[in-house]
Design a protein around this ligand. Sequence first.
Ligand SMILES: Cc1cc2nc3c(=O)[nH]c(=O)nc-3n(C[C@H](O)[C@H](O)[C@H](O)COP(=O)(O)OP(=O)(O)OC[C@H]3O[C@@H](n4cnc5c(N)ncnc54)[C@H](O)[C@@H]3O)c2cc1C
Length: 348
Amino acid sequence: MCGPASSLFWRSREPPSLYPPDVRGPGRPRGRRRSRVRNVDGHGAAASAGALRRSAEAHAAGRRQRCQGRRDRCRYLRHGGRPRTVGRPVPGAGLRGAGPGGGRNRTYRGGDVVTETGSTQRVRWDRDPDLYFNAGPSRLPHHHEAILGYCRDLGVPLQVMVNDNRHAFLHDADALGGRPERARRMINDTRGAVAELAARAVGPGLDRRLSEEDLALVRDFVRAYGELDENYRYRGSSRAGYAEPPGGPTPGRILEPLDLVDIAKGGLLPLAMLFGEIYEMQAPIMEPIGGMDAIAHAFYRRTRRFITLNAQVTRLRRLGCGARVTWRDRTTQRVRTWDADHVIVTVP
Ligand SMILES: Cc1cc2nc3c(=O)[nH]c(=O)nc-3n(C[C@H](O)[C@H](O)[C@H](O)COP(=O)(O)OP(=O)(O)OC[C@H]3O[C@@H](n4cnc5c(N)ncnc54)[C@H](O)[C@@H]3O)c2cc1C
């Protein structure tokens, strides 16, 4: 869901546009070019950040490759000697507009009917603003600055999403006799056991580039890293959790450390334990309050005058220096064509 580096609506006095000002083209009179987002879904559509990013990239690439003289000649011939400016269609923009019907950005709520190929299901839980399921994208990672910028500009309120839950159970049938364990215990006992092995290896002969002083530093670091005792042994840690929690006069009793070999039997566990370390998954992760489709609704509110719903693109053809889009109105079944200088294709 990355978008272009600059946001559409940051210039508040600009009229709503599908394109950042820098991709409109220098000196082009505002209002002469009208772009439309066309979407095949029955319920709604809006320009997606992905579509917008690709629009910016496609436009820049097109501009680089363009032979202006040839282009003008083409336009001149095509329109009977009258140069004409036509629109820039964007077939298949995702981030749907209203209702659970389009794009990969889907939020389901009580009472929604979900139709996939060959099956229809009704969402049976209560209809309540706080009860929803983001069945497609659910995370806005910290580095998706463009979509975060759109949320700010479009007034979509965000909240922190808990993406890495150390209280969750991790389970692999091959590990720990098939017993699920809390993520905090697995992660910290693994770190402790690995640190103990590392501490044993840190000594003369490990690496000739390291002086004795360096090795001592590394050993101290590894000890703190794994919470090892003074003999560089891992004997469990409060990081992994308690068998008896502390409180009042009770000091608490930490859990016995899990055995590294038992953990290592679970081939799925390294990924599960490192999930929160993946770049896209690192905290903080944000989400729109009330469901991911809040972004699509906000885009739709701002850009609806450019959008044609129920428009199924059936053919794209080069036409001289431009392109022809053939599309079918799924309501009336009428087939239409649209000639354009550029077509920005965002169908998956
Ligand atoms: C389960 C899941 C989880 C995900 N989680 C995340 C996440 O947490 N964070 C994240 O950033 N990204 C996530 N993604 C990826 C993210 O959803 C997509 O990158 C993003 O939605 C793509 O948007 P889009 O507009 O490019 O495509 P889409 O959302 O797929 O929209 C394409 C649109 O084109 C329409 N279309 C298709 N054919 C035609 C045609 N012939 N004519 C007209 N219209 C047509 C489709 O109906 C659709 O509405 C996830 C995706 C999935 C499936």
